[in-house]
Design a protein around this ligand. Structure first.
Ligand code: CMC
Length: 430
């Protein structure tokens, strides 16, 4: 027997189905609420609102669980490659050897980005933020494939766009990196693996054809990309789905997702964390002073890389990244005073009642920037790397929304403005 929830409105009882997900989480299905009662719900920031059902990622914020298509993030980060995880997200299952080979081969065939895109760098102001460039470049990339703009594409055409985006994203990210340094582009080498190829385009030089990427960097980058690959209905994924729900094309939907991710409360936090740690260092390393600032309600400062809308115990990605951060720095033989400040900050915050009561823990962005910095990336590039990792997640979310033929997303509102007023011509206004 299906469960129901009763809602009483002005003495009249209405029944709504209670739906249960495969992991036991429950929701009241209010899709008929307005039709039956004339009411809508108000939930600013969607803190209690499920915008969709989804079979991609399961997250239990209280228990600190994150699973993609049923596989634990800990297992994926330990044993899989980023491309394997991408296949999993996009197709629902882990690939067998042949499926993986075909996927990898298809991607390696599409790594070149049209040279015309280079012209965009002449228009970007010097020093402009890498995320603004990335969002513009991905929107522009779509213009080279006008057929992909057709909302009634076949599955085959959508798969082609998926492969193109997966293949060209690292090339475009490397292009942004090279252009800001004023260096010539290193072209993709399709014999290299996905991550190695990206790092080769980024850190290789046209004048050094023998350059080889350090395997420590390849492993670290693989892990970081996996940890960012999807995170269910967050701000950027919801943006991708919302833009896509108007039947806008995949390129523009991903470009919008990149813009959503850019904000400091979302993916942009990784850059903010590093800026914050550097500020604390310059300020003499007085961690308590900054904790007090974060607690002060008259101060707008927040401890960046701390807190999460959904995780209220720990962020499983942060645990893995913290361990990886120590490993990478050790292996690279680098010590970073910023890491010591980060550890002290974490320790102090975790024993402070303000953070304990509000269930504020380090999130994925707290330690990732320290690894990126050790690898040689500048802070405003950190969120670009997050975007590269998140790409298969965004595409999977977009594809799921489309395959399920979900309607255009169109929230309602409660109007709080002026009620009707008689129009007064300008000559008669006081
Ligand atoms: N530093 C100090 N206080 C905080 C922080 C923080 N980082 N985060 C939340 N709080 C306080 C907040 O002031 C509020 O206190 P009170 O109840 O006294 O008003 C309480 O904790 C609840 O905060 P909230 O803003 O209502 O929580 P939220 O769910 O709307 O926001 C968040 C979640 C991630 C935006 C927020 O914790 C934050 O701003 N964190 C810093 C930015 C950050 O690290 N973002 C990366 C998120 S993980 C990467 C990703 O997937 O996007």
């Amino acid at each position: 027997m299906s469960e129901i929830v009763k809602i009483i409105v002005e003495g009249k009882e209405f029944e709504f189905p209670l739906i249960t997900g495969t992991e036991g989480e429950k929701a009241i299905d209010i899709s008929k609420l307005r039709e039956l009662t004339g009411l809508i719900t108000l939930d600013i920031g969607y803190k209690n609102t499920g915008a969709t059902t989804s079979a991609i990622t399961f997250l239990d914020g209280e228990k600190g669980i994150l699973q993609h298509r049923g596989y634990a993030i800990e297992d994926l980060a330990e044993h899989a490659s980023f491309l394997e995880v991408s296949y999993l997200l996009l197709n629902g299952n882990l690939p067998n050897a042949t499926e993986f080979q075909n996927f990898e081969h298809a991607i390696s065939e599409h790594t070149l980005a049209n040279e015309g895109l280079e012209a965009m760098f002449r228009a970007f102001p010097t020093g402009s933020h890498a995320m603004g460039q990335l969002s513009s470049m991905i929107a522009a990339l779509g213009l080279y494939y006008p057929k992909a703009l057709n909302p009634h594409r076949t599955e085959e055409a959508i798969n082609r766009t998926t492969i193109r985006l997966m293949a060209k994203m690292p090339t475009i990210c490397a292009m942004i990196f090279k252009k800001r340094n004023g260096h010539p582009m290193v072209y993709p080498r399709n014999s290299l693996g996905y991550v190695e190829n990206y790092l080769n385009m980024t850190f290789g030089q046209v004048t050094k054809p023998d350059f080889e990427v350090d395997p420590i960097l390849i492993n670290a980058m693989n892990k970081l990309l996996i940890l960012h690959a999807d995170h269910e209905q967050n701000c950027s994924a919801s943006t991708v789905r919302m833009v896509g729900s108007s039947q806008s094309n995949l390129y523009s939907s991903i470009s919008a997702g990149i813009s959503g991710l850019w904000g400091p409360l979302h993916g942009g936090a990784n850059q903010e964390v590093l800026d914050m740690l550097e500020q604390i260092e310059v300020d003499g390393g007085n961690v308590q002073k900054w904790i007090d600032k974060a607690k002060d309600k008259n101060d707008t400062f927040r401890l960046m890389g701390f807190g999460h809308r959904v995780y209220k115990n720990f962020d499983p990605r942060a645990k893995i990244i913290k361990k990886a951060c120590n490993e990478v720095l050790n292996k690279l033989g680098k010590s970073d005073p910023i890491l010591d400040i980060a550890k002290k900050l974490e320790e102090t915050a975790l024993s402070d009642p303000y953070f304990i009561e509000r269930k504020l823990f380090p999130n994925v962005d707290f330690y990732s920037g320290i690894i990126y910095r050790a690898m040689g990336f500048p802070p405003d590039f950190f969120t670009v790397l997050f975007s590269m990792g998140r790409l298969p997640g965004w595409i999977s979310q977009w594809q799921e929304m489309r395959r399920e033929k979900q309607p255009i997303a169109r929230p309602r509102q409660i109007y709080t403005g002026q009620t009707y007023r008689v129009f007064v011509p300008m000559k008669d206004r006081p």
